[in-house]
Design a protein around this ligand. Sequence first.
Ligand code: ASP
Length: 321
Amino acid sequence: MKKNIFVLVIHGGSGTILKENMTPEKEASYLSTLERSLLTGKKILESGGSAVDAVEAAILVMEDSPLFNAGKGSVFTNDGKNEMDASIMDGKTLNAGAVSGVGKIKNPISAALKVMTNSEHVMLSGEGAEKFAELQGCALVDPSYFYTADRFEQLQMAKQSDEVMLDHSGANKKAHGNFENGGNKLGTVGAVALDIHGNLAAATSTGGMTNKRFGRIGDTPIIGAGTYANNKTCAVSCTGHGEYILRNAVAYDVSALMEYKNLSLRDAAELVVNDKLMKQNGEVGLVAVDANGNYTMAFNTPGMYRGIADSQGELKTEIYT
Ligand code: ASP
């Protein structure tokens, strides 16, 4: 374990993000929001704050931006609602918190953190989670707060083809392809960090998939699937087609390959994302950092909004392959 260095890696969703579908203005606003997220988390890490606080802070910036499929800007369910999922995990204690299917919590990631720190549970869902969040002082909003015209239009398109869609592309081959301006349809958000005390944390937040029904919950609030952190190995946050991430316990799989097979972080992530999931046609991406400060941003889609900031002064945001 390395001390006195820090690393923060974030993602804003992976998928069919192609430069030809992006305007320069959109691209600039994505990159600047990613950078703002990184700088917010970095400030906490450089002043000796915890990885847990840094990943929460980095995610708050993206939840509050309408650009990403989390918090404000979340995608719509089949019946025109926004149902959000979020989770967070502390690699030092292996404590974790999550909320699923919530529609009134302004920042689901903060509610997930409260579940971790102020309850004896790991996951709370729906109205119960909202009640708990309110008692914990989290801001509740009218569901109309989450409305964005872009996402609503996306729902209408998904309904026409009767598909459940990733916010950025089709969920299966039939629906695969770009929307007219597909580049602006991303994405679930996530962050992983190593703090100067040698502790790891991971967090993920999403609106899920457009046109989802029947209370569908994806990988994002499931510890071991969308999010996992363990000081012995790494911290991981996933994005992409949740059903595949769930079935493959992707975040835990990366950690387990390191723990039991001694793979490096990069090799473990490559094996899971670009071999295992690729063979199943599972569109996924992840960001991860290990206890020595090595990090990776692996994805098997044309792009992933992503960025990294560290104690060596690196500050980088990227979109395409
Ligand atoms: N993984 C998320 C879900 O399936 C979606 C995404 O990452 O865009 O709910």
